[in-house]
Design a protein around this ligand. Structure first.
Ligand SMILES: *[C@@H]1O[C@H](CO)[C@@H](O)[C@H](O)[C@H]1NC(C)=O
Ligand SMILES: *[C@@H]1O[C@H](CO)[C@@H](O)[C@H](O)[C@H]1NC(C)=O
Ligand SMILES: *[C@@H]1O[C@H](CO)[C@@H](O)[C@H](O)[C@H]1NC(C)=O
Ligand SMILES: *[C@@H]1O[C@H](CO)[C@@H](O)[C@H](O)[C@H]1NC(C)=O
Ligand SMILES: *[C@@H]1O[C@H](CO)[C@@H](O)[C@H](O)[C@H]1NC(C)=O
Ligand SMILES: *[C@@H]1O[C@H](CO)[C@@H](O)[C@H](O)[C@H]1NC(C)=O
Ligand SMILES: *[C@@H]1O[C@H](CO)[C@@H](O)[C@H](O)[C@H]1NC(C)=O
Ligand SMILES: *[C@@H]1O[C@H](CO)[C@@H](O)[C@H](O)[C@H]1NC(C)=O
Ligand SMILES: *[C@@H]1O[C@H](CO)[C@@H](O)[C@H](O)[C@H]1NC(C)=O
Ligand SMILES: *[C@@H]1O[C@H](CO)[C@@H](O)[C@H](O)[C@H]1NC(C)=O
Ligand SMILES: *[C@@H]1O[C@H](CO)[C@@H](O)[C@H](O)[C@H]1NC(C)=O
Length: 814
């Protein structure tokens, strides 16, 4: 799929010194034989090579070569040498040991690397009895890149059980439930040191966990208990939507009494792929491009490279968008530029000028503002600082304090290293928090009389901007005092928001102490209320401090700024202490799902449904083109479409909305939305576009057409074994020219066939796998208004394949 990010990997060159030009290839090392530096084992199919190597990398400052040697396995035939396994990761062969270094099978049956009879590394055969009874042992480099002692079924030891940082096709990622043996993958130290690094991934009885050691922190996990089959189907969807992987690998998950593991199998032997846990803690799937002669990353998890805990080291800002992802904070410098160049950034950065610590009551230090970042881990809260300046003073009064933040009248300060400060560049978290970094007065960018700014105009402009900023901050402070606005500034109301700030007591009064509940969701409950001017309102009370805060901001900064007849109107909000409430106009007819799917409800007639479809399309089209930013709703489904007194639709629930700024065409977010309405690109881990809403809208349209959930299985023909996913059925019936049978039977054929066909056709275009095949929302509006014609949509193969092969077969043959 063209939408995936193809990031060329750093060219990793491992030079192989002294390899004899034409040594006879052999895949077996027998007892009594030895492999010296320069000699190799080659798998029978020629795909993998085992031997001693010296890592080196081409960097900006020239070639950096490790002084040490390692025994490893690499792809024989790939121009960029790529190691997939290293034996002696933390026990390198030094230059002094090199001449006498060799690999051989020792008397106890283990493989050992030794030099002048001293053992550098040894394999660890667990079953000693088997090793001694089997006497004639040998080691074989098998066709899948596995180094095996013994032979199947009597495998005494294999490299696949002791992986480095790479999962090859055919190797298991998992654990043995009887022996409790877990296959653990650990990242490299740096580009030229394959030693054990900071990050590791394993699958054990708690599920998959991606963690950092020292300090320990799990930053990504997937519990198998709840959702293992889900993950495998997501992964297989991902594989099948990407032309670089489609039909080339097959992913399986096994969970029985003995073991639990994931595995992928190569279906196309001319293809090269590997899964890597990289130095910075991301799992990457890489495929080899013959044309480009480089590895291409087709998938990464977590999608945001800043997620790995403290991946950039102390006093850095992680940007998540462009490589390298790490930058030193203002007036800090890289502690170890060489390590930095080798992708080990954990040492981070240090201050150019030490802080003024002579007198804690009159420090001359100043604060530099770093806006829109996630705040560092391990804050210390200062309860008695109730203004921002007291908070700043609290920080200055400790010599070890490096930064403070003041959010929602809460003061936090940080002693020591600042870790995991991640910038909000339209990525994942959308944090609006501000960090105030303590700097020596001399280092303050705007205070220092920098030689690089000799132009008077610039200085004047800067001071005017500064003045305006100060004024703005003053105004904000006054506003905050007066109305109790939240600490973080909301988006400015460029599109004329005009929303009200309510007091909590007002809302208690209006809702009669939250007595009449209209509904509840994942984020809180909705209550009915009445304002003093007798406007009926719906009040959403968000719960869960952190999550609620995020949702609150998303709602206020999206729907708070724009108005449209087909978007629910936000009247106001309340933000007092921990309370986060949103006040909307009340919709008397509730949400669409109740009318579509509940048997008791009165059936919506065709004209109402068609109007509904156009209304939702118009609302979304407006959302996608609103203001300067594009707003992606991210959770379009019948539950989030509200109906007014005349059954006019209004899109609601913007708690998952994402923004795409003018300078970005797509935005990275974590997994959101609802299964059944999710576009395939969500699971690929790449950034999304408004086309995810188009996909969900397509699914919604089909439900409006049929009057039932797409996810419900429907029996086809009279064979009760054959079930099909409704969208698949819709496309095949559309091709057969039989749209009639798709329409809600409760309408008793009282509908306009021409309109139904139009709805079905556009819906099928909306749910195409490739986002570029899907129309934009404004095109959808034109089609529904009858102003634009459409071709026949093709069958999205992934959908068909996911549900029922027989339908696809039928479709193919027709
Ligand atoms: C490979 O090694 C085995 C065992 O030492 C030997 O029998 C065989 O002849 C060798 N094959 C080649 C092609 O060198
Ligand atoms: C290695 O590459 C050459 C040319 O690029 C190709 O002809 C050959 O089949 C490849 N061998 C393997 C084992 O992939
Ligand atoms: C670095 O190594 C590459 C390949 O080994 C070589 O082509 C290049 O000339 C080297 N560059 C320097 C500056 O040594
Ligand atoms: C090998 O080890 C022996 C005994 O430890 C020592 O005398 C000899 O010098 C060593 N040889 C080399 C080449 O290091
Ligand atoms: C060790 O190997 C022997 C012989 O292959 C086998 O009978 C025995 O079950 C193995 N023991 C374990 C603990 O796997
Ligand atoms: C193992 O094999 C070697 C030679 O192949 C033989 O000398 C030795 O006696 C055998 N040992 C056992 C325990 O069978
Ligand atoms: C990274 O480099 C620092 C020195 O800059 C070193 O102390 C640390 O051990 C290195 N980390 C790893 C994982 O090699
Ligand atoms: C993938 O593996 C599964 C389970 O092993 C199997 O049922 C399926 O047929 C395989 N698919 C392909 C395309 O080989
Ligand atoms: C996003 O925010 C959550 C808390 O809301 C935090 O745990 C997580 O580390 C953040 N992720 C990134 C990439 O900053
Ligand atoms: C610290 O500064 C304050 C205010 O300038 C002054 O009163 C005090 O004497 C100073 N203390 C020391 C130890 O210099
Ligand atoms: C807050 O408390 C600390 C001691 O707990 C005290 O040193 C400091 O002066 C207090 N700050 C304010 C603003 O009251």
């Amino acid at each position: 799929m063209t939408t995936l990010l193809y990031i060329s990997l750093v060219l990793l060159l491992f030079s192989l010194h002294g390899a004899p030009p034409c040594s006879a290839a052999n895949d077996t090392l027998a007892a009594g034989e030895s492999l010296a530096v320069g000699e190799k084992l080659v798998s029978r199919n020629g795909r993998f090579t085992l031997g001693f190597f010296q890592p080196s990398v081409v960097s900006k400052s020239g070639n950096i070569t490790s002084p040490n040697w390692y025994l490893g396995i690499w792809f024989s035939n790939i121009s960029v040498l790529t190691t997939v396994w290293v034996a002696n990761r933390d026990n390198p062969v030094t230059a002094l040991q090199l001449n006498l270094a060799q690999l051989k099978i020792s008397k106890d049956g283990n493989l050992v690397i030794s030099s002048n009879d001293s053992i550098i590394w040894s394999s660890t055969i667990v079953n000693r009895t088997a090793a001694t009874t089997m006497n004639t042992t040998s080691a074989i480099l098998s066709n899948d890149g596995n180094l095996v002692i013994g032979s199947s079924p009597n495998v005494l030891w294999q490299s696949f059980d002791y992986p480095s940082d790479v999962l090859l096709p055919g190797a298991k990622f998992g654990w043995n439930k009887i022996t409790n043996f877990v296959r653990k993958f650990t990242s490299k130290k740096n580009l030229i040191d394959p030693g054990l690094g900071l990050y590791y991934v394993e699958l054990d009885n708690t599920g998959i966990g991606l963690s950092r050691s020292n300090p320990f922190k799990t930053y990504w996990s997937w519990s198998s208990e709840k959702s293992s089959n889900n993950l495998i189907s997501l992964l297989n969807q991902l594989i099948s939507i990407n032309p670089q992987t489609r039909g080339r690998i097959n992913m399986t998950y096994v969970n029985n009494n003995e073991e639990e593991y994931y595995e992928y199998i190569l279906l196309d032997q001319s293809y090269y792929i590997y899964v890597l846990l990289d130095i910075s803690g991301q799992i990457e799937i890489n495929v080899w491009s013959q044309e480009k002669q480089s590895w291409q990353q087709v998938y990464a998890q977590p999608a945001d490279p800043c997620t790995a805990y403290a991946t950039c080291g102390p006093f850095t800002v992680c940007n998540g968008i462009s490589r390298p992802f790490c930058d030193c904070m203002e007036s800090f410098s890289q502690k170890s530029p060489r390590d930095w160049e080798l992708d080990n950034r954990t040492a981070g950065c240090f201050r150019n000028t030490p802080l003024d610590c002579r007198n804690t009551t009159s420090s001359s230090d100043v604060f530099h503002t770093i806006a829109r970042v996630t705040l560092p881990s391990n804050p210390q809260s200062v309860d008695n600082a109730t203004t921002q300046s007291q908070c700043a003073q609290a920080c200055l009064s400790y010599c070890t304090c490096n930064a403070y933040s003041y959010v929602n009248s809460r003061c936090s300060i940080w002693h020591g290293d600042l870790l995991s400060v991640n910038k909000n560049d339209g990525i994942d978290n959308n944090s609006e928090d501000v960090l105030y970094l303590r700097l020596a007065a001399k280092d303050m960018p705007s205070l220092s009389k920098s030689k690089s700014k000799p132009i008077v105009g610039v200085v004047i402009a800067a001071s005017i901007t500064g003045f305006v900023l100060v004024m703005l901050m003053l105004i904000l402070l006054i506003l905050r005092k007066k109305f109790g606005l939240c600490g973080a500034p909301l988006h400015d109301s460029r599109c004329g928001g005009g929303i009200l700030a309510f007091r909590y007591s007002d809302l208690c009064h209006a809702t009669k102490n939250f007595s009449e509940k209209l509904g509840g969701g994942g984020f809180g409950s909705v209550f009915k209320g009445e304002l003093s001017d007798s406007t009926i309102i719906a009040v959403k009370k968000l719960d869960g401090a952190r999550q609620g805060e995020k949702q609150f901001r998303a709602e206020v900064s999206s729907i708070g700024l724009i108005q449209h007849i087909n978007l629910v109107k936000l009247i106001g909000f309340c933000c007092e202490g921990d309370e986060r409430l949103l006040v909307y106009e009340h919709m008397v007819n509730g949400s669409l799902d109740a009318h579509l799917f509940q048997s008791k409800a009165t059936v919506l007639n065709w004209a109402t449904r068609y109007n509904l479809a156009i209304g939702v399309a118009r609302g979304l089209s407006y959302l996608h083109q609103s203001c300067n930013e594009c707003i992606i709703h991210c959770d379009i489904k019948p539950e989030n479409i509200l109906l007014d007194a005349t059954f006019g639709p209004k899109i609601a629930d913007f708690g998952m909305a994402a923004f795409v700024g003018r300078n970005f065409s797509r935005v990275l977010t974590t997994f959101r939305g609802t299964v059944g309405y999710l576009a395939p690109e969500w699971i690929s881990g790449v950034a999304i576009t408004p086309k995810v809403d188009v996909y969900s809208f397509g699914m919604l349209l089909l439900e409006i057409l049929s009057g039932r959930r797409n996810s419900h299985k429907v029996n086809t023909d009279n064979n009760s074994d054959q079930v099909a996913f409704f969208p698949v059925q819709a496309i095949s019936k559309l091709h057969e020219g039989d749209v009639k049978c798709l329409v809600d039977p409760r309408l008793n054929s009282d509908f306009r066939l021409e309109e139904a066909e139009r709805v079905c056709k556009i819906a099928c275009w909306c749910i195409q796998e490739n986002e570029f095949d899907r129309p934009t929302m404004s095109e959808v509006v034109r089609v529904l208004e009858g102003l634009q014609e459409l071709d026949m949509p093709p069958m999205p193969r992934l959908l068909a394949a996911l549900t029922d092969c027989s339908v696809l077969a039928h479709y193919d043959s027709s």
